[in-house]
Design a protein around this ligand. Structure first.
Ligand code: NDP
Ligand code: PYC
Length: 338
């Protein structure tokens, strides 16, 4: 990047929060959405960083998200806790429920959070990191829009359906992986399109089912699942668990409801939280220490752990600031002037 502009994490957070407040979001909602976007930029996850502001503003302008939704927590004392996002963004709903979820998981060993009726655009590592910081293992997943063909098919039917896993470790950096079940997130293809760059082979097919490296053709055709039939099955599981099982939209329905993929998708999300201490209690072994043996052995082979790149980017950003290009600075200024 030629001569990037260095912006501190706190300054970027203040600016992005102000953009959303200026667009009418309730301050708590603006803060929650800005936090996850700035965290993405800080960790150099460009596909879910400040590039997402535009999509959030578009859905706000279209009146398809409730700016002042107040998340409503429904806790009947059972293992499953629900939070109704009320047609608002998912992030404030998660923030409103995470402590209740963690408390229930510690009480019972295993608890689930159902997020209902939310606009979802964000990376999921944010959720599982929050639970790892509370000493819990977790899985987070949600459907998306039907942009992805099932393995062996050619028509978009599944979402890019992300799944994230978090495992607590001694120290501030948990074990976390987080990925789309498509080969790449749709945001990555969109960023290639904007940069005028071809996408790698194997990411997508055109309308006739032929492989394509043209981002425009890929966005109009169908994306492919990672790992062929294996990613296809995991993506299907996410449709069933975080869509059908919750009584919320699956990716096909989300696309039909919004009348196309131009706006952020509205659906539900599922977060499972597990207390390792409860599961291991009768074994007499310390699950975190046992986990460290494996994670250490992976590192000893010279293999990197998922999120290691992200944590390194985070450290650099907290120390030196976030590097933004001229185009990104200009875009921020445009949003601020709106
Ligand atoms: P990536 O392929 O960029 O990364 C997937 C995971 O693999 C990350 O945890 C990454 O860690 C890790 N990883 C990458 N390379 C290696 C390696 N060589 N060795 C070990 N680990 C590695 O993710 P995707 O493009 O699939 O997804 C990007 C984001 O998009 C996710 O955060 C996801 O939640 C989000 N998303 C959200 C959707 C939604 O509906 N809200 C839909 C689809 C995606 P690291 O980051 O450190 O490289
Ligand atoms: O990048 O695939 C994606 C995506 C869809 C919804 C949010 N992110």
């Amino acid at each position: 990047m030629p001569d990037p502009h260095m912006v501190s994490v706190d300054d970027l957070l203040a600016r992005v929060t102000a953009i959303f407040v200026g667009c009418g979001l309730r301050p708590e909602n603006a803060q929650a959405v800005a936090r996850v976007i700035v965290a993405g930029e800080r960790d150099n996850c460009k596909s879910h960083g400040i590039y997402r502001i535009e999509g959030c503003l578009r859905v706000l302008a279209a009146g398809k998200v409730s700016p002042d939704a107040v998340p409503a927590l429904h806790d009947s004392g059972k293992a499953v806790i629900e939070v109704d996002a009320g047609g608002g963004f998912s992030n404030p709903a998660f923030d409103a429920a995470v402590d209740a979820l963690a408390t229930r998981a510690r009480e019972t060993g295993l608890a689930a959070l159902v997020i209902r009726d939310c606009l979802h655009f964000s990376a999921l590592w944010h959720d599982v990191e929050a639970l790892a910081a509370r000493g819990l293992a977790s899985l987070s997943m949600c459907p998306s829009y039907a942009f992805v063909a099932p393995a062996g098919g050619t028509e978009p039917l599944l979402g890019t359906n992300p799944i994230a896993f978090g495992w607590p470790r001694p120290g501030p950096q948990p074990y976390v992986f987080d990925f789309a079940t498509s080969v790449a997130a749709r945001g990555e293809i969109e960023l290639h399109r904007r940069a005028g760059q071809p996408i790698p082979e194997g990411w997508a097919i055109d309308g006739d089912g032929a492989p394509t490296t043209d981002p425009e053709t890929a966005l109009a055709g169908a994306m492919l699942t990672f790992g062929g039939h294996k990613g296809s099955a995991i993506s299907t599981m996410i449709e069933l668990m975080a869509g059908a099982m919750l009584g919320e939209f699956m990716s096909r329905e989300a696309l039909d409801f919004m009348g196309g993929g131009g706006l952020l998708p509205r659906h539900g999300a599922l977060v499972l939280a597990l207390d390792p201490g409860t599961f291991a209690a009768r074994s007499g072994r310390d699950p975190i220490a046992e986990g460290e043996k494996l994670l250490g052995a992976i590192g000893a082979q010279g293999a990197r752990l998922p999120s290691a790149r992200r944590f390194a980017a985070r450290e650099a950003a907290l120390r030196d600031g976030i590097a933004l290009s001229d185009a990104e600075m200009a875009q921020l200024a445009r949003f601020e002037a709106q």
